[in-house]
Design a protein around this ligand. Structure first.
Ligand code: F6P
Length: 322
């Protein structure tokens, strides 16, 4: 293998740039040429591909987002779209691809690989941490710390006004961000899809809280299908208990910002591992980190298996969220 490509697809996540930088450095050290593909699969179809070198990835390690850009491409779902992508790979003799994203990114890449034989290695990059085969995804730690900072700030005003707050965090139908930021922020309750609470349960919990010594509370809510469900929950609590509350939806601020040290180190490790896998002739795997060690998982597991929340943390929340 002499030439490989790298792309970022799906939602951007802090640390993607650190991963691109690591992969470029590792590829050059292996004697490989590495091409950056802009806007994910859309750029592969529209031939937005350029050779990367150490200079083009200089001074990006601390930047959030992705210098390559990202997109969700419906064209790539079609055979005609992928045929154009294959032409662009063939004309540059690109034989391997590093795909940074989530399970949707890996699924698309697998179809492409089956159609043209290009080798593919996935790297988990999403703030949601909802990818099977890795303890943490690139971007998760930064997003959790962003949510935590917001929760800490909201606690100041919640305490001052003796108020109930609902803080809604992202997570793509999972509670990873809510669980970690909520526990770290000392939330009074967590609403996560993996361990649902009824409005009645939430209300009796809040009532206990406010009948005790507490005068304020923060409920961290994992975003559901549509962002903004917290408003419905807040209304239901007001109707039942008469509690006035405020809702704060953190939204896309969780996706931006400079990556934490933890995300940069993870991104570096996984970027290097991905290049090494391609250079060793491997394809169809995602490189992740399990118990601090590099772990390779067949790509199809990422969409066939569900990553579970840390059971101990879920249990612990009963003790810590009161
Ligand atoms: O997958 C990352 C994520 O930020 C989710 O947490 C969120 O639900 C979704 O992307 C938002 O997507 P978009 O960028 O299309 O608004």
């Amino acid at each position: 293998m002499k030439r490989i490509g790298i792309l970022t697809s799906g939602g951007d996540a802090p640390g993607m740039n650190a991963c691109i930088r690591a992969a470029v450095r590792a590829a050059i050290a292996q004697g490989l040429e590495i091409f950056g593909i802009r806007r994910g699969y859309a750029g592969l179809i529209h031939d937005e591909i350029e050779l990367l070198n150490r200079r083009t990835v200089a001074n990006i390690i601390h930047q959030g987002g992705t210098i390559l850009g990202t997109a969700r491409s419906s064209e790539f779902m079609t055979k005609q779209g992928r045929a154009l992508a294959i032409e662009n790979l063939d004309k540059r003799e690109i034989e391997g691809l590093i795909l940074i994203g989530g399970d949707g990114t890996f699924r698309g890449g697998t179809v492409l690989s089956q159609e043209c034989g290009v080798s593919i290695i996935g790297v988990p990059g999403t703030i949601d941490n909802d990818v099977y085969g890795t303890d943490y995804t690139i971007g998760f730690d930064t997003a959790v710390n962003c949510a935590l900072e917001a929760i800490d700030r909201i606690r100041d005003t919640a305490l001052s006004h003796e108020r109930l707050f609902f803080v809604e965090v992202m997570g793509h139908h999972t509670g990873f961000i809510a669980l970690e930021s909520g526990i770290a922020g000392g939330a009074e309750e967590l609403l996560i899809p993996e361990a649902p609470l009824s409005v009645d349960e939430l209300c009796s919990h809040l009532e206990r809280n406010f009948n005790g010594e507490k005068r304020s509370a923060i409920v961290v809510v994992a975003e559901t299908e549509q962002p903004g469900d917290s408003f419905r929950i807040a209304r239901a609590v007001r109707d039942k208990l008469g509690f006035d509350s405020r809702v704060c939806i953190l939204g896309h601020i969780q996706r931006g910002g400079s990556p934490t040290a933890r995300d940069r180190v993870l991104a570096g490790k996984l970027g290097v591992a991905a290049v090494q896998m391609l250079a060793a002739g491997k394809s169809g795997y995602m490189v992740g980190e399990i118990n601090w060690r590099i772990a390779c998982t067949p790509l199809e597991y990422t969409w066939k298996k569900k990553k579970e929340l840390n059971v101990e943390l879920v249990e612990m929340r009963k003790l810590l969220c009161e």
